[in-house]
Design a protein around this ligand. Structure first.
Ligand code: SF4
Length: 496
C-alpha cells in the first residue's frame, strides 16, 4: 500500500476538495446517519447511561493520574505470565521492535487485527520496507488496503466507499495479492463478505505471526482485550505462533471491575450494539494454547506530551468508539481524509495536535479550527471528553506558537481594543466619540434603515476580511452611549 497522509494540505484546502466529491458526501451522510440512529436507540435503553459515562471518565482520569504505577504493574503482570514487554518512545522505535521480532522468526508476512496504534505509527509501510507483507484482516481495512486507499473513519475505515465501489476493488485487486474474487461477484453485502472470507482464510491459515493492538490492557492480571465484530481478530489472536501487540500506554485500566464499565460503553457508542460479537482476552503465553510467543509493545509516541497538557490530557480517555465522528456536522460533509491523519473527526482535531505538538506543521495547526464548536461531540462521547473546550485551548496554543514577526491587522485591532477597554476613562471617551460620529452620520442624506437603525452598508476590507464584511451591514453607532443615557435618565427612571 503506497497511499499516505504525509504531505496532505491543511484542513481548509483538503476540505474544499473533499466537498467536491458528491458521491462521497452521499455515502457519508447515509452511513453516519444509520450508525447515529442505531446508537441513539441502544443508548436510550440504558437507564444509567449518564452514570456510566461519569464512571468511565472518572476511571480514566484516575488511571492517567497514576499512569506510571499502572504501567509498571501491567509490565510485571505480563512478564509473570510469559510475555515479553517492550517500551517504544516513538513510531520508529515501535516499528523497529515489530520488524525485529518478524526477522527473528524469519517471516515475510504477518496478519493484522484492526489497530489504530499500528496505523498511527505507519507499521505496514515500515514492514513493507523490510520486505514483510502486512495483511489487514478487518473487512473495511482490507477494502482500504486493496484499494490503495486511506482510512477515513476510526471504526469504519472504508465508510466513504459504497457497495459497487467495493466490488470493483475486490475484482481488480484481490488476485494480485492472493485468492482472486469469485467471478461473477455481485455487490450484495453477503457476496462481498464471502469473497473477503475466502481471500483471508488462506492468509489466516498460512501466517506464522500476527500483529494486533488492544482496546484495553488490564494491569492487575496483564490481560489484553480486543473487541471486534467479524471474528478476524479471534483468528489472528489464536492461530499464529507469534503475536505482537502494539498498545498505547493510555489503554491501561487497573482492574477487571474497571473494564466492565468500558465493555458497556464501547459497543453501544461505536457500532450501536448492546454487545460486540467478539471480545478476545489473552494473558501472556499459555503452553499448548494460542501463540507461544507473545510480545507487547507499550507505545508513547506523544502520549506523555498530551498527558502534560492540563486541559488536553482528557483526550487520553478516548476509547476510539467514533461516536463523535458520526455526530459531527463537519466530518459528515468533509469525510475523514481531509483531516490528514488516521485519527479524523473531532477526536482527531484534538488528538493530533496533542500528540505532535502545536506550531510544528501547518496541517496539524489547522485541525483545531476544523469545528463549528457545536458541542455534539461532547454530548455523544461515552467518556465525556470536552472536545469543544480542548479545541478552544488548542486554538490559543496555535496562535501563541505563531506569535512574533509582523502582527496581523486583526492582532493590531485586538490590541487597540484591549488598550481602550482596560480603562474606564478611555472606554467612556471612545463611547462619546462613537456617539458623536453616530449623530453626524445620521444627518447625512440617503442611506438605508434596518428596523429603527440606520446602516452604513458593507465596508470594503482587504483579503479574507472582505468575505466577512461583504455579507454584513455595519450599523451607524448609537447616538448616545449607555453611560450617558443612564446618567441622563437616572437608570431609566426619568425616561421621557
Ligand atoms: S472522543 Fe469520545 S466519542 Fe470520540 S472516539 Fe473518543 S471516546 Fe469516542
Amino acid at each position: 500500500m503506497s497511499a499516505t497522509f504525509v504531505g496532505m494540505p491543511a484542513f481548509p484546502e483538503a476540505a474544499r476538495r473533499a466537498l467536491e466529491n458528491t458521491q462521497q458526501r452521499h455515502n457519508l451522510a447515509h452511513a453516519t446517519g444509520t450508525i447515529r440512529d442505531k446508537r441513539a436507540a441502544v443508548v436510550a435503553e440504558v437507564d444509567d447511561w449518564e452514570a456510566l459515562r461519569l464512571a468511565g471518565a472518572a476511571i480514566k482520569d484516575q488511571t492517567l493520574r497514576h499512569l506510571d504505577d499502572h504501567l509498571v504493574a501491567l509490565e510485571a503482570a505480563l512478564q509473570e505470565r510469559g510475555a515479553t514487554v517492550h517500551w517504544a518512545r516513538d513510531a520508529e522505535e515501535a516499528c523497529r521492535i515489530v520488524a525485529d521480532v518478524a526477522r527473528a522468526h524469519d517471516v515475510d508476512e504477518v496478519v493484522k487485527v484492526k489497530s489504530m496504534a499500528t496505523q498511527e505509527i505507519g507499521l505496514n509501510e515500515a514492514l513493507e520496507a523490510e520486505g514483510i507483507s502486512a495483511w489487514e484482516t478487518d473487512l473495511a481495512e482490507l477494502i482500504v488496503q486493496l484499494g490503495d486507499d486511506l482510512p477515513s473513519h476510526i471504526l469504519v475505515p472504508a465508510i466513504h466507499r459504497n457497495r459497487s465501489e467495493i466490488r470493483e476493488i475486490f475484482r481488480s485487486a484481490m488476485g494480485e495479492v492472493g485468492r482472486p474474487a469469485p467471478d461473477p461477484l455481485s455487490d450484495d453485502p453477503a457476496d462481498l463478505a464471502g469473497a473477503a472470507r475466502l481471500h483471508l482464510r488462506e492468509k489466516f491459515l498460512r501466517a506464522r505471526m500476527a500483529v494486533s493492538g488492544a482496546n484495553f490492557a488490564v494491569a492487575e492480571t496483564g490481560t489484553l482485550v480486543v473487541v471486534e465484530s467479524e471474528g478476524n481478530g479471534r483468528m489472528c489472536l489464536t492461530l499464529p505462533e507469534v503475536l505482537v501487540s502494539v498498545v498505547g500506554i493510555e489503554k491501561v485500566v487497573p482492574t477487571w471491575q474497571d473494564l466492565e464499565v468500558f465493555l458497556q460503553l464501547l459497543p453501544r457508542s461505536s457500532t450501536g450494539e448492546r454487545m460486540n460479537p467478539y471480545t478476545s482476552t489473552w494473558t501472556g503465553a499459555v503452553p499448548g494454547d494460542g501463540p507461544q510467543e507473545v510480545h507487547v509493545v507499550l507505545l508513547d509516541n506523544g502520549r506523555t506530551r498530551a498527558l502534560a497538557d492540563e486541559m488536553g490530557r482528557q483526550a487520553l480517555r478516548c476509547i476510539r468508539c467514533s461516536a463523535c465522528l458520526n455526530v459531527c456536522p463537519v466530518y459528515e460533509r468533509t469525510g475523514g481524509h481531509a483531516y490528514g491523519s488516521v485519527y479524523p473527526g473531532p477526536i482527531g482535531a484534538i488528538l493530533n495536535p496533542l500528540l505532535k505538538g502545536t506550531g510544528v506543521d501547518e496541517q496539524t495547526d489547522s485541525l483545531p479550527y476544523a469545528s463549528s464548536l457545536c458541542g455534539a461531540c461532547f454530548e455523544a462521547c461515552p467518556v465525556r471528553i470536552d472536545i469543544p473546550s480542548v479545541l478552544v485551548e488548542l486554538r490559543g496554543q496555535v496562535v501563541d506558537a505563531h506569535r512574533g514577526g509582523v502582527p496581523k491587522p486583526e492582532a493590531v485591532a485586538m490590541r487597540g481594543a484591549g488598550w481602550v477597554l482596560s480603562s474606564s476613562a478611555r472606554t467612556a471617551r471612545s463611547e462619546r466619540a462613537a456617539a458623536f460620529a453616530g449623530r453626524l452620520l445620521n444627518r447625512l442624506p440617503g442611506g438605508r434603515r434596518q428596523g429603527d437603525r440606520r446602516v452604513l452598508g458593507s465596508i470594503p476590507m482587504p483579503g479574507a476580511g472582505s468575505a466577512w464584511s461583504q455579507a454584513r451591514d455595519v450599523p451607524v453607532p448609537a447616538t448616545e452611549s449607555f453611560r450617558d443615557w443612564w446618567s441622563r435618565t437616572d437608570g431609566g427612571e426619568d425616561e421621557s
